[in-house]
Write a protein that binds this ligand. Structure first.
Ligand code: BJW
Ligand code: ZN
Length: 252
């Protein structure tokens, strides 16, 4: 990847005077930690596994061991991944900024492992499994599944209280985002001075609306992505580079 372009002076000034900052991350944020994205031509999970068909309640109902096996494979990849320089730059920013809210679509915990404490997970978490029937939380075993290639069927565990199947604690297509997370994310978007989108294609709703909430409220909008996205025209600054390149430069 070529060096990223220099940071515009106007952006440096906006960041210096900002009191409330939101960072909105997607799969591209975790890509340089070795977690595959969803829709990129080169690394996208969904090229190989057709996850648009796996990440739905209907798929889990139809073929639970296929879906559970896929999620166990991803959980293994995420546990083996480490935060990169971009995650660490955001942890440093939280220590300095008056207020930083990280709003992430990612189901990994790389922001938290880097040191951020104010993180809203719009699409849930891979580790927060629960019973499909009674919603009781299920404690996953500490050891990680070892299955490098994915695609292996694994029967989901059963709930200790009702015997129902255990499901991943993520938000699938057709399911509502959790209001206790979406509402504060919306409030933070409407109140921020600077909004920084990192590594999302901006195709999945309602998450994709949040940058527009920040724009309507008058925030300065920044996009970090090595590729163009359909929403580039809404941004004040589009930085063409990766998360691990641009974030440490922005917050050096
Ligand atoms: C880098 C990089 C590097 C690479 N550095 N960058 C309104 C309009 C149209 C449709 C809808 C709508 N409202 C609701 C819908 C339906 C649906 C939807 O949005 N469909 C669209 C696909 C059209 N939404 C829903 O169903 C949502 N629920 C809902 O709205 O409930 C109410 C309702 C129900 C029914 C009907 C109507 C309303 C739920 C959405 C849940 C999404 N879940 C997933 C799976 C989570 C679990 C899991 O992980 O398996 O969330 S889908 C998947 O996509 C995952 C991601 O969080 C999400 C976003 O993906 P992301 O992060 O953008 O990744 P990519 O791969 O797409 O992009 C990566 C980007 O990074 C690229 O741009 C790269 O260039 C870049 N990149 N390397 C920086 N190093
Ligand atoms: Zn149960």
């Amino acid at each position: 990847m070529a060096d990223a372009a220099p940071i515009p002076l106007g952006l440096i000034e906006s960041l210096r005077s900002a009191r409330r900052i939101c960072v909105f991350s997607g799969a591209g944020m975790s890509a340089e930690s070795g977690v595959p994205t969803f829709r990129d031509a080169l690394t996208g999970l969904w090229e190989r596994f057709d996850a648009e068909r796996l990440a739905t309640p209907e798929a889990f109902h139809r073929d639970p061991s296929l879906v559970w096996g896929w999620y166990e494979w991803r959980r293994m990849k995420m546990r083996l991944a480490q935060p990169h320089a971009g995650h660490r730059a955001l942890a440093g920013l939280e220590r300095r900024a008056a207020q930083l809210t990280v709003i992430t679509q990612n189901v990994d915990d790389l922001h938290e492992r880097a040191g951020n404490t104010n993180v809203l997970h719009l699409h849930g978490s891979l580790e927060a499994t629960r019973c499909v029937r009674c919603a009781a939380p299920f404690a996953l075993p500490a050891d990680i599944p070892q299955e490098p290639e994915g695609g292996r069927r694994i029967e989901p565990p059963r709930c200790a209280s009702c015997g129902g199947r255990v499901r991943p604690g993520v938000v699938w297509f057709g399911e509502s985002l959790p209001m206790p997370i979406l509402q504060p994310a919306h409030d933070a978007a409407a109140a921020c001075d600077v909004w920084i989108t990192v590594g999302t294609s901006g195709l999945v709703y309602p998450a994709a609306e949040l940058p527009l909430v920040a724009a309507r409220a008058g925030a300065t909008l920044v996009q970090i992505n090595p590729l163009p996205t359909p929403l580039d025209a809404h941004y004040d600054h589009v930085l063409s580079g990766t998360a691990a390149q641009c974030l440490p430069e922005l917050f050096a």
